[in-house]
Design a protein around this ligand. Structure first.
Ligand SMILES: [Zn+2]
Length: 158
């Protein structure tokens, strides 16, 4: 007897190879516009994720930094990377997150181009949701550029 599935499943499983293939297809087809799409997908995803996390926690009296760290820690459980907030200074428009145990590491290294674009967008989406300010990544480090880790530095747009 087969059971017909109704509705949308809660989780979809995609191998990292397939995910990488999707990212590569975008970049190979659209060049830097493809990178922007990956970033944008991450951004939207980060905003939705942040909204969900914040709606479930009691955040009364919580500082913006604590809230940001809590959302990042929740995102860490997804397993893309262990993201560590190294600098949090939204007043000066500067935020730095270092990616440890980064799932994209081998991809960034092997393909010689940043595959961590997705997470750059993801983190910018989280901070956008929390502050309603647009942040852009700048001087972010990546294995693809010979740096010792991938890190994400965000600065507020003027
Ligand atoms: Zn990278």
């Amino acid at each position: 007897m087969t059971i017909e599935k109704t509705g949308i499943p809660k989780n979809l499983v995609l191998t990292s190879g397939s995910f990488l293939n999707l990212l590569n297809t975008l970049v190979n087809t659209f060049g830097s516009a493809g990178e922007s799409m990956i970033y944008q997908m991450g951004h939207e995803n980060g905003m939705v994720f942040c909204r969900e996390v914040v709606s479930k926690i009691n955040n009364e009296g919580e500082s913006l930094e604590n809230l940001f760290v809590r959302v990042i820690n929740s995102a860490n459980q997804i397993g893309w990377a262990n993201m560590v907030v190294e600098e949090f200074n939204p007043q000066n428009g500067k935020i730095k997150v270092v990616l440890q145990d980064n799932s994209f590491k081998q991809f960034c290294l092997r393909l010689n181009m940043p595959q961590c674009f997705f997470l750059r967008g993801y983190i910018s989406g989280i901070i956008k949701e929390l502050t309603n300010v647009d942040y852009q990544f700048s001087r972010s480090e990546c294995y693809a550029h010979g740096d010792e880790h991938c890190s994400i530095r965000l600065v507020a747009e003027d």
